[in-house]
Write a protein that binds this ligand. Structure first.
Ligand SMILES: Nc1ncnc2c1ncn2[C@@H]1O[C@H](COP(=O)(O)OP(=O)(O)OP(=O)(O)O)[C@@H](O)[C@H]1O
Length: 456
């Protein structure tokens, strides 16, 4: 690939691990726990492109953004600019590179030094990077303020004299001072009222057209990036799980996590026809993340285990039961899990034909009283009998041996999805892997891209 064809920024295999160590002893012994904040991310941003990075709080968006700008060092992987890894550049080039990508911090109310007048806040990068001669600096500061919709005379004021939207404009002017090619905007409008949000987003669009800028817009809110991004990358627990244009994401056939985020957009588009998906539970901890697909513990569309005719809902119940049995065996069971289910009400004892304990477990995990597939039913009832007899580990291992889904056991790669004319549509979900397609056809009819279609 010719150098000019290389993306502005490309990250490959990027990882960032933090070791948390609360106490001195932990630090001395090196026994802290490892947080996998970013866990193998590939992403590229092209010239003039706006990429939106979305996901729930704690999924690693800020960490990824900081790595991309060079504010933090990755634990593994590379961040290349125009096809060249910074380590292959001279010191002078690396210094120049630092101005190419600029970071606009979350919440300008706290990120702008309240003791400095705007002239110093915007002028500092001009001085540090020697962008204009000292004699021209005041003039340049005035120009920058006018570029972001403020007045040159505002240079003498302090941050507290401005509204939230104006402070965000100051932060943008400061980032623009060094004439960057890419702005990384961390939650650029989340602290602002809706009408101010729209004005700041319009300003960003104008600046992009004027200066041919690229943007990485980081937000927990898909509705913020939906209107500004050329492409959206959806992040879950340190990994990118879905990446495509807004139209591709909204038009059905997205990752189940993306579908849940889409369905949760407030004031939904009147044309939205998909069902509302409520994500159960919180994002699991990045210290001990789930195996296989990180989203499998909350996924509504699990791939059924091989060899049985089961749907996604039943698979979900079986996987949840097995996971709770694992906790129970490890002494980490929470209230509401199988222990609770083994305490049936007396009414159930009278009405149910089968042992009350197992009926109660089935109900807790939304499993039918008899699975439609007789072989699957034989395995489940065997495991439940073991559980009723107190053999928790036996029940767990029977379920594990019988009902393994690839969602739990294999990491899905972010792979291109075959869609006409959209080579860059990529999804990390086994549902889009041909190897598992037959199982979906056999056990389940809700394979994307039909049921959650949103026509725009
Ligand atoms: N300096 C740090 N030390 C230890 N853990 C960290 C550090 N920074 C981030 N983390 C952890 O890494 C994970 C990702 O955090 P990050 O701030 O990148 O997520 P985020 O998606 O940007 O969330 P938010 O929107 O709340 O800022 C979290 O589990 C967080 O607790």
């Amino acid at each position: 690939m010719a150098m000019t064809d290389a993306p502005l920024v490309r990250v490959e295999g990027l990882e960032k691990r933090y070791t948390t160590s609360d106490g001195l002893l932990e630090r001395l012994l090196g026994t802290g726990q490892t947080v996998r904040a970013v866990d193998g991310v590939d992403l590229e941003i092209r010239e003039g492109e706006t990429v939106g990075l979305v996901g729930e709080s704690g999924c690693g968006k800020t960490t990824l953004a900081r790595l991309l700008v060079g504010l933090d060092e990755p634990s593994a992987g590379t961040v290349a600019h125009r096809g060249i890894d910074p380590s292959e550049r001279s010191r002078r080039e690396r210094r120049r590179l630092r101005t190419t990508v600029q970071y606009v911090f979350q919440n300008p109310s706290t990120s702008l030094n309240p003791r400095l007048p705007v002239a110093d806040l915007v002028g500092e990068p001009l001085a540090v990077h020697d962008v204009v001669p000292p004699g021209r600096r005041d003039e340049r500061i005035g120009e920058l303020l006018e570029t972001v919709g403020l007045e040159a005379s505002h240079a003498n004021r302090y941050p507290h004299e401005f509204s939230g939207g104006q402070r965000q404009r100051i932060a943008i002017a400061r980032a623009l001072a060094v004439e960057p090619e890419l702005l990384v905007l961390d939650e650029p409008v989340s602290a602002l009222d809706a009408s101010v949000q729209a004005r700041v987003l319009n300003l960003l669009a104008d600046l992009q057209a004027e200066f041919d800028l690229s943007y990485l817009v980081v937000s927990h809110d898909l509705s913020v990036v939906e209107h500004v991004a050329d492409r959206i990358a959806v992040m879950y627990l340190g990994r990118i799980v879905d990446c495509g244009t807004p139209a591709q994401l909204f038009d059905g056939g997205a990752h189940p996590y993306t579908e849940a985020l889409l369905s949760a957009i407030p004031e939904p588009d009147p044309l939205w026809e998909g069902e509302r998906i409520v994500l159960e539970g919180d994002v699991p901890s990045a210290i001990d993340p789930p195996s296989g697909c990180r989203f499998h513990t909350r996924c509504q569309k699990l791939i059924p285990p091989a060899g049985y005719d089961l749907d996604s809902d039943t698979t979900r119940g079986l996987v949840a039961l097995r996971a709770d049995l694992e906790d129970l065996a490890a002494g980490e069971a929470s209230a509401g899990g199988p222990l609770e289910a083994l305490r049936p009400s007396s009414a159930e004892r009278e009405t149910s034909g089968e042992p009350a304990e197992t009926a109660s477990v089935r109900r807790t995990y939304d499993l039918p009283s008899t699975l439609s597939d007789p072989d699957a039913e034989a395995e489940l009832s065997g495991a439940l009998e073991a559980l009723a007899a107190g053999a928790v580990e036996e029940a767990r291992s029977r379920l594990e041996a019988a009902f393994e889904t690839p969602c739990e056991s294999r990491r899905p790669e972010l792979r291109p999805v075959n869609e006409a004319g959209s080579a860059r549509r990529r999804i990390a979900c086994h549902r889009f892997d041909d190897r598992f397609e037959r199982r979906l056809e056999a056990g389940d009819d809700n394979r994307a891209p039909d049921s959650n279609e949103r026509r725009r």
